[in-house]
Ligand binder design. Sequence first.
Ligand SMILES: Nc1ncnc2c1ncn2[C@@H]1O[C@H](COP(=O)(O)OP(=O)(O)OP(=O)(O)O)[C@@H](O)[C@H]1O
Length: 248
Amino acid sequence: MAILELTKVTGGYTRKPVIQDVSFSLNKGELVGLIGLNGAGKSTTIKHIIGTLLAKSGDVHLNGVTLQENMEKYRTSFSYIPETPVLYDELTLKEHLELTAMAYGLDELTLKERSALLLKEFRMERRLNWFPSHFSKGMRQKVMIMCAFLVDPPLYIIDEPFVGLDPLGIQSLLDQMNVKKQEGASILMSTHILSTAERYCDRIILLHEGRVRAQGTMDELRAIFHMPDATLDDIYIVMAKEQDHATH
Ligand SMILES: Nc1ncnc2c1ncn2[C@@H]1O[C@H](COP(=O)(O)OP(=O)(O)OP(=O)(O)O)[C@@H](O)[C@H]1O
């Protein structure tokens, strides 16, 4: 069974749809890249998955249920790392981790064990009692990343994770993603860093003007675009120059 399944999702912010007929799924243990130009609809698609926007038509199943069918199961089946960190100014790093643990019903021991590993991995051990106002941009992002991994859900949704992290931070994140994948979790990641997406993603979904233009492994994409030796950058540029696919 797919952990995440979008079926013909059409939606947006106003009556005019931003994404149309978006269908794709993620299987257990897969890392899938959501790729597209600025304004293609990546964040809008993610908002429909996490439930901040509701589809005008079509549906999203997560862990076998829609948000309407079982809100509790749906919400606890994923964690989300937004593009721009959202932190509580009046809570320390330690309190952010504690709050996340409480929201997801983690016991004290699990919180202690998992946070010790994450704090070490992301080199934040000495910042436990700091407030967000003293964090750099990358550190703020690391707080969100640590909270997401603390939960240990079956699905991670990560919006443009690499901007703002230093190379060590990026490597730590990729390592964590890999560990979780090995344990069977699935990851949906949107990014503009195509070389990283090409290297790490099992499959790629190419969004263009609110629609899925193509999806598959790199080899499948090369076949679809008739570009046998192409990199993801090459394919992306060809897709970006297509004028009329939105109408087909
Ligand atoms: N809050 C909003 N209200 C109305 N329209 C919006 C809102 N946010 C985004 N849009 C519109 O939806 C379309 C898709 O935007 P979206 O943010 O999903 O793109 P994206 O693929 O994530 O782009 P980027 O790579 O720049 O982050 C754009 O035309 C944008 O103007």
